[in-house]
Design a protein around this ligand. Structure first.
Ligand SMILES: NC(=O)c1ccc[n+]([C@@H]2O[C@H](COP(=O)([O-])OP(=O)(O)OC[C@H]3O[C@@H](n4cnc5c(N)ncnc54)[C@H](O)[C@@H]3O)[C@@H](O)[C@H]2O)c1
Length: 332
């Protein structure tokens, strides 16, 4: 495990570096920056199959083109940089995976399998995010427990459950340090979301700031858990820093920030932008995906085993998002 710069230690692991796959995505963009702040820019290698634009902040540290479904470049980067921990974020998200299930299987499962193999051969720790999409219609819908029925009905969900099991297998069978989080929908302003069912919760803020109105693709009463990106980043880093002796679970921990419907989100925005209006044009594919997911999840295991505690609720996230997007729009 790589330690933060503020807590230097002489053990060999401390000189090892971190690799982020899928670093151009919604999470990867901000996680790369957060990890570089924490551990040092030169110790965090960003990678993706999309190249960063010229003025991208990831310039301040190494970037490598790595297709995670190809063992060779993965192995090369891990050995060349002496990688100790891989944050494996490259994946297709729920809505895109339903459009292209074969590609989703190749990237989500093929990529994870190769990352785990390279990690096994080079003794790296692996962080791999799962999702509330790992649950299905037969899962208890309210306060979904940590350990429960997981029979998802989407290709995304199938790859997420299989991914959780594969990570646990590598931990048990090869003593690999694999850890994961079941993220809810993530709300952020730095990078657009990559084709998920909860994308509405990001789009609504941009639309509110730019147009004063938004057409939502989910029903007004669709209840789902969400989390603000700073909490998602803190959770990933805290889990990978946690004392392994305290972890009864590994892949993957339920975590949540707050629970909302599109109506709740619109009301929270109206407290800052009273003229904001919302209407609805329901997309049956994404609505069916949302309806197959838990309405709310129970994250007590994460709180008890590694001290998970979100900092943002709906009100503080909304205020922060509007300021961030307002400032950005005003600068254009
Ligand atoms: N964003 C969310 O709301 C959310 C919620 C739950 C779980 N997650 C999980 O977190 C992880 C990251 O999600 P995200 O929102 O940042 O996704 P994203 O779609 O924004 O980014 C994924 C990145 O992976 C890259 N990629 C795709 N195929 C690749 C390949 N073959 N090799 C290398 N890179 C490739 C893409 O170019 C993209 O930059 C995923 O595993 C996702 O399932 C995300």
């Amino acid at each position: 495990m790589v330690r933060p710069r503020s807590a230097p230690s002489a053990v060999k692991d401390d000189v090892k570096r971190l690799l982020v796959t899928g670093a151009m995505g919604q999470i990867g963009t901000e996680l790369t920056i957060a990890l570089r702040r924490q551990y040092g820019a030169d110790r965090v290698v960003a990678s993706d199959i999309r190249l960063p634009p010229g003025n991208d902040p990831r310039e301040h540290g190494p970037f490598e083109y790595v297709d995670c479904t190809d063992m060779r470049p993965l192995t090369d980067v891990v050995r060349r940089y002496d990688i100790g921990t891989i944050y494996h974020l490259a994946a297709l998200l729920s809505a895109t995976a339903e459009e292209k299930p074969h590609v989703a299987w190749d990237v989500n499962m093929g990529g994870l399998y190769r990352v785990l193999e390279v990690a096994r051969q080079n003794r790296c720790a692996v962080f791999h995010p799962s999702s509330i999409g790992a649950f299905g219609p037969s899962t208890p819908r309210h306060g979904t427990p940590q350990d429960t029925v997981q029979r998802p009905t989407t290709m995304y969900g199938v790859t997420k459950v299989a991914g959780e099991l594969l990570c646990d297998y590598y931990h048990r069978r090869f003593d690999l340090d694999t850890r994961g989080l079941r993220y809810p929908g993530l709300i952020s302003h730095a990078t657009p979301p990559g084709g998920g069912t909860t994308d509405y919760a990001v789009e609504i803020f941009r639309a509110a700031v730019q147009h004063g109105r938004y057409t939502c693709f989910l029903r007004p009463d669709t209840q789902l858990d969400m989390m603000y990106m700073p909490d998602a980043l803190a959770a990933a880093i805290a889990l990978m820093e946690a004392d392994p002796a305290r972890l009864a679970h590994r892949n993957a921990f339920n975590v949540t920030g707050f629970n909302v419907t599109p109506t709740d989100l619109a009301e929270a925005i109206r407290r800052h932008l009273p003229e904001f209006t919302i209407d609805y044009l329901v997309d049956p594919v994404r609505q069916a995906i949302a309806d197959s997911w838990p309405a709310s999840i129970d994250d007590r295991a994460a709180r008890e085993e590694w001290g998970w505690q979100p900092r943002h609720d709906l009100a503080s996230m909304t205020a922060d998002m509007l300021v961030a997007l307002g400032a950005r729009v005003a600068c254009r």
